[in-house]
Design a protein around this ligand. Structure first.
Ligand code: WT7
Length: 701
């Protein structure tokens, strides 16, 4: 099958930034047709924090931000050491010549390497839980859990959370999980999911959470890569009105991975009887155990494994533009210091705040800003199992009022889908507790920003549009809301210690107002250290395209006031509702269908999802296109990757535009998908320019 897969470009398509920039300009002005929420000129719209917000803000002025920023880039070692000292370290880190970190971001100078606080011994679970309990906060609330179905909820104190974590930690040890071993977690958003993560951290095991919307194939692929002894899961879950039978997906993934050489010894299954009864759950006797049978009987105290700052904390798989998913590896010390600090300042977190992040722990946001960042600050978090529109479009605001949420953090796609339901479901609820809003996952268009600001936040709450990535571990470009005015749709300025560079296609850094590829010039504490088992891929993907820099894969514009505007991916990664999907992965799934000869997948603008998936499909000789086949192809992708990766549009393609060397020209396909037929550009280098005409003709069929 792989032979039929075309080889996608190994590095970013460096012609894309012009396209992206044109798209950006287009978006800013096109929103004037989007009704009432119009931002005529987002670049010139400044939104100041209110006096009230500023009065209590942690960083209340531009001067203070500037001074801290300057210090953070001038002497990052001193800056981050001072902050790191606020945490508990069993042993202090090494200091060499005043340095607490080493880095090489330049492949011309040798292997890429990043280390922070090496030699320091700590534990992130201890810092997130024990530290607060020991400070007398055992009965303070760490987590409100709100179930999918209204009326199902629970409240967990720091003391209780620590006990739960200790029980899981003890159990994992009892089945032979040691420091450095991987544990795969495939669970819905129950309290037990962050508990499982923290338990791994406590014993020095490396957790790898797989979003419980991934298919059996995707799960198996990840299991085969990191080879866990133990998998933690639940038998089922209700997502909105839909039942998802997780255990049968896990069974098939575990059978597959066993067949391919890795047998998981123990599968712990949380009986989530709201969704699936125990007796309806398939069982593999010698491998499966019920969570409820083995965890509650464990001791509720458990020793902490002190680990090196540079010992791995977790692996999280993410999609690239080519090949199989990449295991992004994060280590302990720098990640701890950075996620805690970014959480505090980007949301102006202060004791007493109730913080709700709608992300799932299956993605990086659920790691850094639902679990570690907030708990390290001793914050109370809301963990919501359901979806924002179930049972109706007012659910989020009902939850905000129920728990008196003060900080609300979600994705533009959720905002746009709620915006569609109108203002009424929002205004029906008070939302008076809110003081701060956040956005993450994709560029937020100015119209959606304005609706979020005016309707949800009653023009009172600043919005932190946080730009970052699985790879960066924490916020990179983000407002510090008390310090400077916002612009609708801009992520504003770099966080402390972050040195962005916008470069042109030759890797030259651009100055002042400009558009180009977003890179980072120097390391920050929560930078990923490698791709699991493939350091060479780490170097070629991120550090080879622009020598001396980390390349993010995003396009970016910097305006005359120095504000950063993210314009979307410039590689073959598609951002669907904030989920990162590699075109190559969707293509591989499509060609697994026996009637599909070749496929090329691109993203296109989608009103709610940000981007949709547009698949050009060439069928095997003699096969006719049909509605039935269209459905079968979409089903194939859902089955191979997961429902969230299903193509929105299938375009029948008798031929694909290829260069004479056989490379598919995606630039042209993106234009066809976007209906920008008059902007196709030069097609003369194509092996068969006639293919393009043919595709355009077929578009409307
Ligand atoms: C990609 C990273 C970071 C957590 C969720 C996604 C896009 C993310 C923003 C933002 C514009 C954004 C970028 C980035 N992205 N946040 N505020 N503005 N774009 O993590 O799956 O690693 O995806 O999401 O394109 O490269 P991820």
């Amino acid at each position: 099958q792989n032979g039929r897969l075309h080889s996608a470009a190994s590095k970013a398509d460096l012609t894309k930034v012009q396209e992206v920039d044109a798209h950006f300009q287009h978006e800013i002005h096109a929103v004037s047709s989007a009704g009432q929420y119009v931002v005529e000129d987002a670049e010139h719209t400044l939104i100041e924090p209110s006096d009230e917000f500023r009065r209590t803000a942690l960083i209340p002025s531009r001067e203070k931000y500037d001074a801290l920023y300057r210090e953070s880039v001038k002497d990052p070692d001193a800056f981050w050491s001072r902050i790191a000292a606020e945490f508990y370290w069993k042993e202090k880190w090494e200091v060499n010549d005043g340095k607490v970190h080493i880095e090489n971001f330049d492949i011309r100078k040798g292997p890429i390497k990043v280390e922070w606080f090496k030699g320091g011994k700590t534990n992130i679970c201890y810092n997130a839980l024990d530290r607060h309990v020991e400070a007398g906060r055992a009965s303070d609330i760490a987590m409100y859990w709100e179930g999918n179905e209204p009326g199902y909820d629970s409240t967990v104190t720091f003391g209780k959370l620590l006990e739960l974590v200790c029980q899981v930690a003890n159990y994992l040890r009892s089945v032979g999980v040691n420091k450095g071993d991987a544990v795969v977690i495939y669970m819905p958003m129950l309290v037990e999911l962050p508990v499982a993560m923290l338990a791994c951290a406590r014993i020095g095991a490396i957790h790898s959470v797989v979003f419980a919307g991934f298919s059996a194939d995707s799960l198996a692929q990840r299991i085969l890569d990191c080879k866990p002894k133990v998998v933690l899961t639940a038998n089922g879950v209700m997502r909105g009105a839909k039942l998802i039978n997780l255990k049968s997906i896990v069974d098939s993934a575990l059978a597959q991975s066993k067949e391919q050489g890795h047998a998981v010894e123990t599968c712990v299954v949380y009986a989530n009887e709201v969704a699936t009864k125990k007796e309806q759950t398939a069982w593999v006797g010698e491998r499966d155990v019920w969570w409820q049978d083995v965890i509650p009987r464990q001791a509720s105290k458990s020793e902490v494994e002190w680990v090196d700052a540079e010992d791995p904390l977790f692996l999280l798989y993410t999609s690239g533009s080519t090949g199989k998913p990449k295991g992004v590896l994060h280590t302990t010390g720098g990640y701890m210091v950075y996620t805690a600090t970014t959480f505090k300042h980007a949301f102006d977190y202060q004791p007493g705040d109730i913080y709700w992040c709608t992300a799932d722990c299956g993605w990086i946001t659920g790691h850094s800003y639902l679990t570690y960042g907030p708990l390290l600050n001793g914050a109370t978090v809301v963990n919501f199992e359901g979806v924002p529109t179930y049972p109706d479009a007012g659910r989020c605001w009902e939850i905000v009022d129920k728990y008196k949420v003060t900080i609300f953090y979600t994705a533009p796609t959720a905002i746009r889908s709620l915006m569609r339901a109108g203002d009424e479901p929002v205004k029906k609820h008070s939302r008076a507790s809110l003081r701060m809003l956040g956005s993450v996952g994709e560029p937020i268009n100015p119209a959606a920003w304005k609706w979020y600001y005016e309707v949800v936040g009653d023009s009172r709450c600043p919005i932190s549009d946080t730009w970052w990535q699985t790879e960066t571990g924490g916020f990179m470009i983000t407002p510090v809301p008390g310090a400077f005015p916002l612009k609708p749709g801009s992520a504003t300025f770099p966080f402390f210690g972050v040195q962005p560079a916008i470069v042109d296609e030759n890797g030259n850094e651009l100055e002042g107002e400009c558009s180009g590829y977003l890179c980072i010039k120097a390391s920050w504490p929560s930078a990923f250290r490698t791709l699991y088992g493939d350091h060479a891929r780490y170097e070629t993907t991120y550090f080879a395209p622009f020598k001396g820099f980390y390349f993010s894969g995003d396009g970016c514009h910097r305006d005359k006031d120095g504000y950063y505007w993210l314009t979307g991916r410039v590689d073959d990664v598609i951002n669907v509702s904030g989920h990162r999907i590699g075109s190559a992965e969707v293509e591989s799934a499509l060609v697994l269908h026996h009637q599909c000869a070749e496929a090329a997948v691109v993203g296109y603008d989608h009103d709610v999802k940000g981007q949709g998936i547009y698949a050009f499909v060439t069928l095997v000789e003699g096969v006719e296109y049909s509605e039935e086949l269209r459905k079968a192809l979409i089903a194939k992708v859902r089955y191979q990757i997961g429902p969230f990766a299903a193509p929105d549009i299938i375009h029948w393609a008798p031929g694909l535009p290829k260069t004479r060397s056989g490379k598919i020209m995606r630039r042209i396909l993106r234009k066809i998908a976007a209906n920008q037929i008059d902007e196709l550009g030069d097609v003369s280098t194509l092996a068969d320019p006639g293919v393009v005409e043919q595709l355009i003709e077929l578009k409307h069929k």
